[in-house]
Design a protein around this ligand. Structure first.
Ligand SMILES: [Zn+2]
Length: 300
């Protein structure tokens, strides 16, 4: 019995020695840096330890994606200063015609309503039609018009407001009468409108005024020889008005020269138009495509 017990104890010690030896070998294999975490974990899962180090790399990946995001924002910033003029900008269109940069205005604002043979305003009615010296206008031009007339009179000149707002119905009456006088369309010998068809007259906008001299009330080109016209055509832009149908723009406006017809567009636009000798159609064309006498809509 004692011999059997001795061998059992010996076998137990041997097994214990083998176990201790195996554990000792595992401990030696484990990296020393991982010692604090325990030899067993390090010895059993060397691969997961390496994987747990890999998340350090994914932490850098977002940094790389951020730098990728930064690059595209930097690239356009470098490109933006390069083009000086945008191809379809008013500045570029003006430059192509040898004109200076036009004012920054809202071309769709009421001052730039365009009524001509190619742009009908239908039965448009001005804002709160208001009377000045017997004529009716859009209320928004009453003060500028009053100021222009007062300034001209201060020069000792005789101003007469001959015609302001005309309704669609009024224009239809005048037009039909002119057609009867000048059949078949009421145009002059050069093919220009004398009275425009209803819906295409600028008088229907309430932004225009025929101005003659008290001592020369005829609406013909000789009006340009009056001191009144010569003064007013040089100063109208200071009050926001333009000579709407210049002698050298009949091909664009489609309307014969009218030294009596003034149109409100605001001081900025008026100054640009008068300083550069262009007409309203040419001015609006800098901002948007329109049909004019020399660029009519295609025949339907
Ligand atoms: Zn007129």
């Amino acid at each position: 019995m004692s011999v059997k017990r001795f061998f059992r104890v010996l076998l137990g010690l041997a097994l214990l020695a083998v176990f201790v030896y195996v554990q000792y070998c595992n401990y030696q294999v484990a990296p020393k840096l991982l010692e604090p975490e325990g030899w067993k974990q390090a010895a059993e899962t060397p691969a997961p330890v390496l994987e747990s180090e890999q998340p350090v790399i994914p932490e850098f990946t977002p940094v790389e994606s951020e730098s990728v995001e930064v690059q595209p924002t930097e690239a356009p910033a470098e490109q933006t200063p390069e083009p000086t003029l945008e191809p379809d900008s008013p500045e570029a269109r003006a430059a192509a015609l040898g004109l200076p940069a036009p004012p920054e205005i809202d071309i769709d604002s009421w001052e730039f309503i365009l009524a001509n043979d190619y742009n009908s305003i239908g039965e448009y009615v001005p804002q709160n039609p208001t009377t000045l010296e017997g004529q009716t206008f859009d209320e928004r031009i009453i003060e500028p018009l009053r100021a222009m007339v007062a300034d001209t009179r201060e020069q000792g000149l005789s101003v007469f407001l001959s015609s302001g707002y005309r309704s669609y119905a009024d224009q239809r009456y005048l037009y039909n009468r002119k057609v009867a006088q000048y059949p078949p369309e009421g145009k002059d010998s050069n093919g220009r409108w004398i009275v425009l068809p209803p819906g295409t007259s600028e008088h229907q906008t309430g932004l225009a005024c025929d101005i003659t001299d008290i001592y020369y009330e005829f609406k013909d080109r000789n009006l340009e020889n009056t001191a009144m016209y010569q003064y007013m055509s040089q100063h109208c832009q200071d009050f926001g008005f333009i000579v709407r149908y210049p002698a050298d723009k009949e091909e664009v406006t489609g309307v014969m020269y009218e030294p009596w017809h003034f149109r409100y567009v605001g001081v900025e636009a008026a100054t640009y138009i008068m300083d550069n000798g262009i007409c309203l159609e040419e001015f609006i064309s800098l901002y948007r495509e329109i049909y004019t006498a020399d660029n009519p809509a295609p025949e339907a």
